[in-house]
Design a protein around this ligand. Structure first.
Ligand SMILES: C[S@@+](CC[C@H](N)C(=O)[O-])C[C@H]1O[C@@H](n2cnc3c(N)ncnc32)[C@H](O)[C@@H]1O
Length: 475
């Protein structure tokens, strides 16, 4: 479950539909369409306009289960054992952290290899389709792994019991926790202070744009293979939500991405340092424990070195206060519009792939040298025009030039510039956190109220942790 964001941005958006092979003749497919698909009933608007107040109350994905359903998880466990999963030292149980998770059934030692999920149980871009022609069409159009897997998941899910993955899909959450399910007004209201709001908007736009591309360029040409009642924005939101929170990148399999049933039941802990990977000798997905577990204890892995905001974005949770040593916050710095050398400074920044405003990542342990270089540039007087390039180069992470630059004559101003930026960001968090106590949630049903309270709490937890890093940086 590592590095999903990077993978999405590198594979989802490229124009994958430039030169498809000639389309197959439609008559070719008729024998396959006897398999019945389960449509999404009363699906909500497929509009890409997330500013509309679409609530998730109307969502009618007819597959998957409630996030904490143990019944479906037990059926999954039984099916996996029958399908080649070796006996395990862990079982699926309801847990305090993460709803359902894997819990030790026996003593587990530090350094033990666990899981051994065979590759026959992975879902990858090469998995066989129950509708092979649908898969063939996508491959002819060179659809990259992420959108291909999202479509595959919907295709298999819609076949319910007729898919070989039916037990796996039935145990997936009907509505994954993900910022994809937040409306634009919820993002604006709850995450106004955090840069994660913008990342969420970009991600929602990526998903919407990908779906629109698929619909326009492929689905509309093969409606008998990709009917709109099944392949619509709602089902794509679901399948991308599942991919963001469950897809694993396997470094020892050349970085291939896969959905790995069973391994998918492991929750994340910021304290552990162990990752899922493919083990060539046992030919399955494993992980090696970095601590012992006693029977009854939940076993965790790491989803990667992610900040609280990144965990909220992909997985829909925020770790407990102060528990994430990798936590960070993005601080936005801008050139002053009134700067006499605004144009020259902006040119220097652009030369090194930077701009204004520009975000820098602050960690609890400190800020990057690039941030200080940007601050030097922002405060430097016209007399330092010859150093602008050196400063911009040092502010960029795309250059091998020296980062540790120092200009004692403007150091104090540069530090003050950073402090002011922290101060301004802190005041946005303070405003939200103070208002959150008395926020009118503007809802009519108890279900909606629960949802809003849940989102608000996530936002409060995120903003508290991000503000804490800013205070620390200021200090
Ligand atoms: C790969 S799944 C893990 C299995 C999942 N708990 C289930 O019941 O299906 C990832 C999801 O588990 C939950 N999760 C994982 N680690 C968590 C944690 N430390 N705190 C809260 N929720 C967590 C989040 O909902 C996340 O999207």
């Amino acid at each position: 479950m590592a590095e999903t964001t990077r993978i999405l941005h590198t594979t989802l958006i490229p124009s994958f539909l430039q030169n498809p092979s000639p389309p197959l003749k439609t008559t070719h497919f008729h024998s396959q369409t006897i398999l019945r698909r389960n449509p999404i009933r009363c699906s909500i608007s497929t509009s890409s306009d997330t500013t509309k107040s679409t609530t998730t109350d109307h969502l009618q994905i007819p597959w998957g289960c409630d996030v904490d359903s143990l019944e479906n998880a037990s059926a999954l466990q039984k099916w996996l054992s029958e399908s080649g999963l070796p006996p395990q030292k862990m079982g699926i149980e309801r847990v305090d952290i993460g709803e359902r998770g894997l819990v030790a059934l026996k003593n587990i030692r530090k350094g033990e290899k666990l899981l051994f999920v065979p590759s026959s149980l992975f879902i990858t871009a090469d998995s066989e389709w129950s509708f092979p022609e649908a898969g063939e069409v996508l491959k002819r159009y060179n659809v990259p792994d992420w959108p291909l897997l999202a479509t595959y998941l919907i295709s298999e899910a819609s076949l319910m019991k007729n898919s070989r993955w039916s037990n796996y899909i039935s145990a997936l959450p009907r509505q994954p926790y993900s910022l994809l399910y937040w409306t634009r007004s919820e993002l604006d209201r709850y995450l106004e202070a955090s840069q994660i709001r913008q990342r969420a908007i970009e991600r929602i736009n990526d998903v919407t744009g990908t779906y629109d591309d698929l619909r326009l360029k492929i689905f509309s040409k093969y409606p008998h293979l990709f009917p709109e009642e099944v392949f619509n924005m709602e089902s794509f939101k679901w399948s991308f939500g599942i991919l963001f929170s469950r897809l694993v990148r396997l470094p020892s399999m050349d970085g291939r991405v896969a959905l790995v049933p069973w391994a998918n039941m492991l929750n994340h802990s910021c304290e552990v340092e162990t990752f899922l990977d493919y083990d060539k000798s046992s030919q399955g997905v494993v992980f090696t424990t970095d601590r012992p577990y006693q029977p009854g204890e939940q076993v965790f892995i790491s989803y990667g070195k992610k900040s609280n905001g990144e965990l909220l974005l992909s997985y829909g949770f925020v770790p407990g206060e102060g528990t994430n040593p990798r936590d960070s916050v993005e601080l936005s710095l801008s050139l002053r519009k009134s700067d006499k050398c605004y144009k020259e400074k902006l040119e220097a920044l652009k030369k090194y792939g930077l701009s204004t405003p520009q975000c820098f990542r602050l960690q609890i342990t400190g800020w990057p040298l690039e941030l200080m270089a940007y601050a030097y540039l922002a405060v430097s007087p016209p007399s330092m025009i010859r150093q602008f390039e050196e400063m911009a180069a040092a502010a960029s992470n795309k250059t091998s030039s020296k980062k540790d630059i120092r200009y004692p004559e403007i150091e104090e101003q540069a530090l003050q510039f950073i402090l002011d930026a922290c101060e301004s960001s802190i005041s946005k968090y303070t405003k939200f956190l103070q208002a959150s106590g008395s926020m009118d949630l503007d809802v009519t049903s108890p279900k909606q109220l629960n949802r809003k309270l849940f989102l608000k709490q996530l936002a409060v937890d995120l903003c508290t942790s991000e503000q804490r890093i800013l205070f620390r940086s200021q200090y």
